[in-house]
Ligand binder design. Sequence first.
Ligand code: CDP
Ligand code: MG
Length: 732
Amino acid sequence: QPARAVDLVEEESGAPGEEQRRWEEARLGAASLKFGARDAASQEPKYQLVLEEEETIEFVRASQLQGDEEPSGPPPPTQAQQKESIQAVRRSLPVFPFREELLAAIANHQVLIIEGETGSGKTTQIPQYLFEEGYTRKGMKIACTQPRRVAAMSVAARVAREMGVKLGNEVGYSIRFEDCTSERTVLRYMTDGMLLREFLSEPDLASYSVVMVDEAHERTLHTDILFGLIKDVARFRPELKVLVASATLDTARFSTFFDDAPVFRIPGRRFPVDIFYTKAPEADYLEACVVSVLQIHVTQPPGDILVFLTGQEEIEAACEMLQDRCRRLGSKIRELLVLPIYANLPSDIQARIFQPTPPGARKVVVATNIAETSLTIEGIIYVLDPGFCKQKSYNPRTGMESLTVTPCSKASANQRAGRAGRVAAGKCFRLYTAWAYQHELEETTVPEIQRTSLGNVVLLLKSLGIHDLMHFDFLDPPPYETLLLALEQLYALGALNHLGELTTSGRKMAELPVDPMLSKMILASEKYSCSEEILTVAAMLSVNNSIFYRPKDKVVHADNARVNFFLPGGDHLVLLNVYTQWAESGYSSQWCYENFVQFRSMRRARDVREQLEGLLERVEVGLSSCQGDYIRAITAGYFYHTARLTRSGYRTVKQQQTVFIHPNSSLFDEQPRWLLYHELVLTTKEFMRQVLEIESSWLLEVAPHYYKAKELEDPHSKKMPKKIGKTREELG
Ligand code: CDP
Ligand code: MG
């Protein structure tokens, strides 16, 4: 494919200015370096970067502006010096001058809202201040919640280093399926979901002296539920301190919610950020990203680049493309370090994004939304924002949840741009038009509670003894229909009785840290005597579609390897097959390598499996292997997610929505009449991911209260002649 370059035009005059000239020179230079080569026919650039303001931009080096000394090369710092420099960094953070004032405010108020620019030190410093102040005396703990696993892990690691302790000792983190804490842990960074689960074992959070709900502006479902629960606990535990920390957004609302709690503002440092837009919409933002990164690299003064993409697949693709092009350019360009960051990335690789860029090189961090506010990477001067994020949406009418790549909100776009101005004046390149920014982006992101299914949370609240969900203290209430549907689903799954009370089975389901359908499947494995297989399926489903590895240069081999795992019946069986073979190989990484399977994902699946296995006893499921029918156990959990083949393709059984089998599925060419799916993903179409062939009669068997025989009649089926169908209808 012909590589192309990005043009830069000053909006008002259209005349080439200094910036334009530099850019064009670079393009020519780049062209001779082969990546910008364009034939005469495609001379017309597909899109242009347009300068928002007319002035020429002057770049100032971070070190010049801050007056800090760049950490210079050898000799390597001694341990004492390292400690000293860590302390110096701590003292340089914007929150530091407010340490005493902040501690006084916390002492004087039970609930405090803390507002501060991203990177000001809220997450890493405030819990340490509280620790130093003695809030963890007598074995009391401090919890600090993060919406994202990666953030919880990396922040805990950072704080442990700052305190000079081993991660997991005094400072630890706890995320689903991974607990890196011990008896000694007093500073606990945890996902908001984990603190929510803490309520199950300790409804008054008695072992905590401080709860800091961090990244509150993210408004994740779990954070929103925590607000209601913590507000309640705070009423009868006057000694509990509650901190709500947020980027500079929405803090007035938090204050109002917490009975007008005071807001403590940490003034941030921020340097100006110049915004650039494209002149015309860009069709392929991934390709545009890669081109723009290289262009920035070749034309712009030193400073690292941060790119916002929507998920792992995209990030890996972009990184691969970038590395590929850099390799081809070789020594003709300066070194470009390409570093991905997303939720499932192992922590050793994550840590690399925080290492300082070697002199002469440039770093490009390709990140999900996580880098918007949860993580601060030093040295970012350029932000590249395609303007998208992956968002869950939920249709309470149909009960369909989908994950969609959607335009981000203005608030999000502004946060992203702000990341360029932390250490010096920066630039933000938006891969969309100024018009689109003005007219197409929503002001703010809708809180998750209003666009997700609530089965999980309702089950949790019910197990905490909260029955009247309609009157729960929500910051923003979920849609009434969504709540109702969650109750209905839980009833169908047997977790609630007809009065909406938790059943024994519901109590067990709440014990398992997975979605209700998955936990139902695990419980059902007892009846079908196949818990070993079901645990594996559950664990593999939990590692999120990242099982197979497909390197660009070995696509054919990789696809063959994948197809070799296919078994008739469907994707759940394929997952089980992969895991079983891997286990037989002695959990070998070599085996993974040879079969194009991601070792990391498998290792994670193994962890998840072990944890779930450890919980089986508590939910009274015995270990057994394949005495029964595990496909039926899966159906017992997923009878909600079913589709049938009609003349016009697949339709969901209950709602009659048009859906498609994902092209990666082993059943893509099989087209069975009845199937269940694990999840729906909306990309170009509504795709069902991880599908399994079933028989419609099983649905009646596992969910007689949910399905009526009539809905499951199959007009095309040979087994059910039309005549009988008609007769029945006449009778009915
Ligand atoms: O929470 P807030 O955004 O206010 O700031 P923070 O996360 O506490 O970050 C304070 C400083 O710690 C920043 O300068 C980060 O670059 C640094 N940090 C780090 O070096 N490594 C991490 N894993 C997290 C933070
Ligand atoms: Mg933070």
